[in-house]
Design a protein around this ligand. Structure first.
Ligand SMILES: Cc1ncc(COP(=O)(O)O)c(C=O)c1O
Length: 344
């Protein structure tokens, strides 16, 4: 029978977005250019779908490693980075996991599935992280691992490098630097990879959310051990073929990421000009805002055809907060018009 604590959980809820402008899930708003789509479909047509996928994915891991200036042995692939978070929590020694709060919800959710406890350090009002406080909690809890989303979701800020380095040096458990928003961020941290430091990435935000492909970068020995809890054939053949093809055209996606950053900065300035909206600076492809009544703003936008993410129910620092994914120029303009109407 199902465990009582699992029964008590709510399943991960994905709202119905049919017919709405979708600015809730940090997706890339651009569809594939026609010529690229056609060439991609031709690639997919070559896939031998009657066969199991390439289990080792050496070629794909080499492509990713080359892009990062690392070796293929330093790359582990997951069915989304969520699956890699699960592998990390599955394979690590028993013990407490420490995270900042608020942060990405899956660290805690997957920990619960695996009966692991999580301790959290509250971020300051400006969402900064006190490294000493973080290290103190790690020591007090005799923690075995820590997750640092850099930039953080849902706040959008990137902790200063000194903060991250202080934690990686001062904590001898595993530090997972989750760089899901690396394509939009001014800084990445692969240079910090060490026996106790790994970097987690995903292609979801770059434009391939539908593929479900994430990767972990770390020392070869660590990756080899973690590979022992990877499901055989976890990356299906269509995803592998697509990723290999798209990586050969990464300039297209890099350009889209630059366009998204441009729109993010434009949106930040436009939102700041609105009365009653507090805007938090972002290094990601979303912007967190605080309003007087998040529930009513969220509902009014939804009624007007725009879906964003209401963070208010999380409480604490997220009270009255809304998270807006940066969309295309037209989508962003529609959001601004609707928000202006709602806010008066
Ligand atoms: C910080 C962070 N890590 C990981 C993920 C999961 O990404 P994926 O789509 O690769 O599972 C997300 C998704 O929102 C995220 O915000």
């Amino acid at each position: 029978m199902i465990r009582k604590d699992i029964k008590a959980l709510a399943a991960y809820h994905v709202p119905d977005s049919t017919g709405l402008i979708k600015l809730d899930a940090m997706e890339n708003p651009f569809s594939l250019p026609d010529d690229l789509r056609e060439a991609w479909v031709n690639e997919l047509a070559q896939v031998e779908i009657n066969r199991y996928p390439d289990a080792d994915m050496q070629g794909l891991r080499e492509q990713i490693a080359k892009q990062e200036g690392l070796q293929a042995e330093q790359v582990l692939l997951g069915n989304g980075s969520d699956e890699i978070i699960q592998m990390l929590l599955l394979a690590n020694e028993p013990g407490v996991c420490v995270t900042p709060a608020p942060t990405f919800v899956m660290y805690e959710l997957i920990s619960r599935w695996l009966k692991r406890s999580v301790a959290s350090v509250p971020l300051a009002k400006d969402f900064s992280l006190d490294a000493d406080q973080f290290l103190k909690l790690c020591a007090r809890e005799k923690a075995i691992m820590a997750f640092l989303a850099c930039p953080n979701n849902p706040t959008g800020n990137l902790y200063p490098e000194e903060t991250i380095v202080k934690i990686t040096k001062g904590f001898n458990g595993l530090v997972v630097i989750d760089e899901a928003y690396a394509p939009f961020s001014e800084r990445t941290h692969t240079h910090l990879i060490a026996p106790n430091v790994v970097v987690l990435r995903t292609f979801s935000k770059l434009g391939w959310a539908g593929l479900r492909l994430g990767y972990l970068l770390g020392e070869a020995g660590f990756i080899a051990d973690l590979n022992k809890v990877r499901m055989p054939y976890n990356i299906n053949s269509l995803t592998q073929a697509s990723a290999r093809f798209f990586l050969q055209h990464s300039d297209v996606f890099q350009k889209q990421a630059r366009d998204i950053c441009f729109e993010r900065n434009r949106m930040t300035a436009s939102l700041m000009a609105l009365d009653g909206v507090e805007v938090f600076p972002s290094q990601a492809n979303f912007i967190l805002i605080r309003v007087k009544d998040a529930d009513s703003v969220f509902e009014a936008l939804k009624t007007g055809g725009i879906l964003i993410k209401n963070m208010h129910a999380h409480g604490g620092l997220l009270r009255q907060c809304l998270r807006i994914t940066v969309g295309s120029k037209d989508e962003n303009n529609a959001l601004l018009v609707a928000l202006r109407e709602v806010m008066v």
